[in-house]
Design a binder for this molecule. Structure first.
Ligand SMILES: Nc1ncnc2c1ncn2[C@@H]1O[C@H](COP(=O)(O)OP(=O)(O)OP(=O)(O)O)[C@@H](O)[C@H]1O
Length: 707
């Protein structure tokens, strides 16, 4: 159904505000309820640090390096923590362990925000946001400081700003492209059957990659020919990115002046494309904070090139002067002198930014392909740039508002994704249908803006466009290069209209064929189902009150909400892993244990010490990944047939499509069957097609006791 654009935009503004609030509330609740060390154990803080050095990093930002506070510990290593490069953090003087409740707002007032640039054994670097530096004095001296992870408001601001623009735009401002994407007009027709390379027009296509399969070629022809919008539907392992790389090469080869913007929801999705485009020697540039980029793509980073290329020479002098000033801050003891130096630095930073903008403009205008995260494309660097095509990878994992950051000025878009895998994670609860929330929109005047009934952020652009224009704007990739035929069969039949084909090289490959692996039942069989029906393997709900092990574990648990675990299934997982590794000779790093429930993963965490290299992951976190052998523990086992979020088809689809050669499902078929039609069919499929086992709890417990 067509939607009027202001209604869409104001709905998004309202939903996004609720989402940000949910994220902020989550951080606030953690920070106010738990001690710094408990927060550290929960993975959201790093405590007892001092500043070890301060320098000008990439992009002219001040990087503060922190190490363990020698007054607190003899160790030169940082303690166990969960801070990662790219995290947005607050750096502030560390509050006492106990005392009055901490408010995030209060902490923010006292500290400075930044991005973690590197995490080493004994050091963590934080690049301070330039605006923060202009307003606040940076922490220094011998004070004990800590860093705390914060909600990512920058992304939210970009999305909100884009929606505000759309809400205000008015009919006259809508491009033809926007009109198509909101159903105000229909997409220009594209012939149904583009099976020949000359059908696309403008000369016959010559393929760069000779290995492309027919469905990939068909999708590329379709994307080239579609004037406004093309969706490339890529089920698991079907080579979406592979296809996009060829599409980029084709687009560039057809017109010498073509410029392309490529975006994805995460840095890793974008870096993946940079890595694969890079060998083709196309002038390309990657926008984004260097701390968040893979080392392999740094040579294409705009920030790095601004510093190292010829064009970057004009910013070098100012940088040297800034470094000298930075160094002098640490030497001076006088507050007055420090103030004066900060004032000079502020001026220098202004000059730096001015020169940097010129340099950035030069570098971008020379690039045929620009790559950025969806929200990153909304920075000042692309303000006046025009692109012929915007390509969005992993579009079904992005919020629609995020997609509109690059799309607002687009003429044509190609979106790749799979709407049958999980959409982006949403923390806010959906509002009751039709609830008209107040928005913070500046466009809100006397009358509250119209809001779409029952709208949710989970509806992605991909979903909405499919519902709006149907199959005619989509092409599906049908050959998959990941899974054994037997692993692929159920998802293909139930979700992908039986259209998936296992590529020749993967259709029959077994775990037992991996060099170094032994030929035993567990490595010879691609699909194993360990059915725990009968009530001997009951689930357990995590309960904070039962836990007497102190704040750290509690705070971790509260991150899990009312997550479930299942000790019996965990025992079966341990036994299966033992068998694969010790009897089957399978490498631990070729195995992943996946569960929808974090509490189950916490229970299984000791496996990582027993079998270093094994991966434990939530289904949601494992999307986009693959492993030779995957064990899925479903956890739910109760007499009511309660299956919670197992009922989500898209989550199960992700869980069952991660393995290449071996999928082992552990679950209670009796409980799971009651969850949904889809679950019932899956259980029946496993009963008929998998190597079926019914574990005996008594012997399992005895074996566990022996070991
Ligand atoms: N035409 C092809 N011939 C041979 N191998 C291919 C072909 N297309 C893709 N592949 C291989 O299939 C695998 C998956 O490709 P790619 O990473 O592009 O897929 P994707 O769809 O982006 O992945 P995912 O399903 O995880 O999102 C890669 O190993 C790739 O080399």
């Amino acid at each position: 159904m067509a939607i009027d654009i202001p209604t869409f935009a104001s709905t998004q503004i309202s939903l996004l505000a609720a989402e940000l609030q949910a994220e902020v509330d989550e951080t606030s609740a953690l920070v106010s309820l738990h001690s710094p060390s408990a927060l550290q154990r929960a993975g959201v803080a790093l405590t007892n640090l001092t500043v070890s050095s301060q320098r000008t990093g990439l992009g002219g930002k001040t990087v503060i390096e922190l190490g363990p506070d020698p007054a607190f510990t003899n160790s030169t290593d940082l303690p166990e923590h969960g801070i990662r490069s790219g995290d947005i953090v607050l750096l502030a003087e560390q509050p006492p362990a106990s005392g009055k409740k901490r408010e995030v707002k209060e902490l923010e007032r006292k500290g400075v925000k930044g991005v973690v640039t590197r995490v080493g054994k004994g050091v963590v670097g934080v690049a301070v946001e330039a605006e923060e530096e202009d307003r606040k004095e940076l922490p220094g001296g011998d004070k004990r400081v800590w860093i705390v992870k914060l909600a990512d408001e920058v992304t939210w601001k970009r999305m909100n700003g884009t929606m505000e623009k759309m809400a205000k735009m008015g009919e006259g401002g809508y491009s033809y492209f926007m009109r198509v994407l909101f159903g105000l007009t229909t997409p220009s027709p594209v012939p149904d059957d583009l099976t020949r390379d000359e059908d696309v027009g403008e000369g016959k296509i010559t393929w760069f990659d000779q290995s492309l399969n027919d469905s990939q070629k068909d999708a590329i022809r379709f994307a080239l020919k579609s004037p406004e919008i093309a969706l490339i539907h890529g089920p698991p392992g079907t080579g979406k990115t592979h296809t996009l790389i060829e599409l980029v090469l084709q687009l560039l080869s057809r017109h010498s002046h073509t410029r392309i913007l490529i975006c994805g929801p995460s840095n890793i999705s974008v870096d993946n494309i940079v890595e694969r485009l890079s060998p083709h020697k196309i002038p390309l540039i990657r926008l984004g904070h260097p701390a968040r980029l893979l080392p392999s793509v740094l040579s294409h980073s705009l920030d790095v090139l601004t510093r190292t290329s010829e064009a970057g020479a004009i910013v070098k002098d100012v940088r040297a002067e800034m470094d000298a000033k930075q160094a002098s801050i640490r030497k001076t003891k006088s507050g007055k002198e420090r103030k004066a130096i900060y004032a000079d630095l502020k001026e220098l930073r202004k000059e730096y930014r001015h020169r940097e903008r010129k340099c950035v403009g030069d570098l971008i205008s020379k690039s045929k392909v620009v790559l950025a995260t969806l929200h990153g494309s909304g920075g000042f660097q692309l303000r006046d740039e025009e692109f012929d095509v915007v390509i969005i990878d992993e579009a079904s994992q992005a919020l629609e508002a995020q997609c509109w950051v690059p799309l607002l000025t687009a003429k044509k878009a190609v979106c790749a994704g799979d709407h049958l895998q999980l959409p982006p994670t949403i923390k806010s609860k959906p509002s009751p249908p039709g609830e008209n929330k107040k928005t913070k929109s500046k466009t809100t005047t006397a009358a509250a803006p119209q809001v779409q009934k029952g709208a949710t952020l989970e509806t992605t652009l991909f979903d909405r466009l499919l519902a709006l224009h149907g199959e005619k704007i989509k092409r599906m990739l049908t050959t998959q290069y990941r899974m054994h035929e037997k692993i692929m069969r159920f998802p293909s039949d139930e979700l992908y209209e039986s259209r998936l084909i296992a590529a020749e090289g993967v259709a029959a490959r077994l775990l037992s064929e991996v060099p170094g692996t032994n030929d035993i039942d567990e490595t010879r069989e691609p699909l194993v189902f360990i059915d725990t029906q009968g009530g001997d393997f009951p689930e357990k709900t995590e309960d904070d009150d039962e836990d007497g092990r102190g704040g750290g574990v509690k705070s971790k648990r509260s991150l899990y909400g009312d997550s479930k675990s299942n000790e019996g299934e965990a025992m079966l997982v341990r036994e299966h892993v033992r068998c694969l590794v010790e009897e089957g000779g399978v490498k631990a790093e070729d195995i992943a244990v996946v569960s929808p429930y974090n509490a189950q993963l916490a229970l299984l965490a000791p496996l990582k010490d027993l079998y270093p290299g094994i991966e434990l992951g939530s289904v949601d976190g494992f999307q986009g990944r693959e492993k030779e052998a995957v064990i899925v523990t479903l956890v739910r086992s109760n007499s009511d047939g309660e299956v919670g979020f197992l009922a989500e088809k898209r989550r199960l689809n992700v869980a069952m499509t991660r393995p290449k050669r071996s999928l082992t499902v552990i679950g209670d078929s009796e409980t799971v069957k009651k969850g949904s039609k889809f679950l019932k069919k899956w259980m029946e499929f496993l009963e008929e097609n998998a190597d079926l086992r019914y574990p005996d709890l008594a012997s399992l417990t005895a074996a566990a006791g022996d070991s």
